[in-house]
Design a protein around this ligand. Sequence first.
Ligand code: HEM
Length: 166
Amino acid sequence: MTKSKTELTDPVEENRALHATESRIAIAGHPLHAMLVAFPIALTMSVLGADLLYWWTGDAFWPRAAGWAAFGAFLIGVTAGITGTVELLVVKGIRNRAASWTHFILAVMLLSILGMNWAWRIGDYEAAVLPLGLLMSLVAAGLTAVTGWHGGKLVFDYQIGTKRPE
Ligand code: HEM
């Protein structure tokens, strides 16, 4: 029997340039981006937790804690974003995957919300919580979950940032 001419091929498998996905912004092969993202993820969830606790208890400690956590989430989030963006632009196999750009767009939306959520709290951190601060924290937590999950997908499904065996 002859082979069907419409047999599908995988362009990523065929193009060797797309195999070069190894992280370059790394220490001894360990990507800086992966090391940094844990902080904005944890701090964003902490802001939401602190806002909810303030709503529940009315204790002024929580908005202060939320303000500092929002600052940390934005600052380290931007730092992580810079390492990810340099990786995206420099490594051909990362730059050429649509999934990398989807992650970038999600991350930029997330960083904008993180920046707003921090800036909104400067001055009167207590008055900033209800309702807008809490709303921004909810959106930020949701976007963090999606962006973080998608970042994991890049690594575990597409092997982006990893070294291919020879
Ligand atoms: C702003 C632009 C960003 C770009 C261009 C970017 C790009 C990347 C790339 C290329 C990877 C693959 C691993 C590597 O090569 O380091 C990755 C992984 C990942 N990213 Fe991002 N990223 C950005 C921001 C963020 C942010 C703000 C978060 C926080 C939610 C995030 C969460 C993750 C996670 C959790 C992984 C998987 C890490 C692992 O398990 O090894 N990224 N990102």
